[in-house]
Design a protein. Structure first.
Length: 108
């Protein structure tokens, strides 16, 4: 059976991908969507960030949705400090579109 990667390299999509390198060949460093460890963050925010960094992540995507919005009661500055102390960079954020309201043009 053909796998998806082989199909994309040589199948119907090949003409469209001829100048594109597959993501695993060009994305470095790989980051972590911090929402995936939300239960651990709830129990130990700073400790979880330290563990994320200890396994080798350097970049994280923050998720400002649900109970995580603002870092479980932490201000943006406190989240930034915790990231910095752990050696992590918050390089992107998942923000619900409808929460932007009239601020869309100032953010994008």
């Amino acid at each position: 059976m053909i796998d998806r990667r082989s199909f994309l390299k040589g199948g119907i999509a090949a003409p469209f991908l001829s100048s594109v390198t597959l993501a695993q060949d060009r994305v470095n460093p790989i980051g972590l969507q911090i929402y995936t460890v939300r239960a651990e963050l709830r129990r130990d925010f700073e400790g979880t960030l330290a563990k994320v960094a200890a396994v080798g992540y350097k970049e994280v995507e923050l998720a400002f949705v649900g109970e995580f919005a603002g870092g479980y009661g932490r201000s943006a500055q406190q989240v930034r400090t915790a990231l910095r102390n752990s050696g992590l960079s918050g390089v992107s954020a998942h923000v619900p579109f409808d929460s932007l309201g009239d601020r869309w043009s100032e953010i994008c």
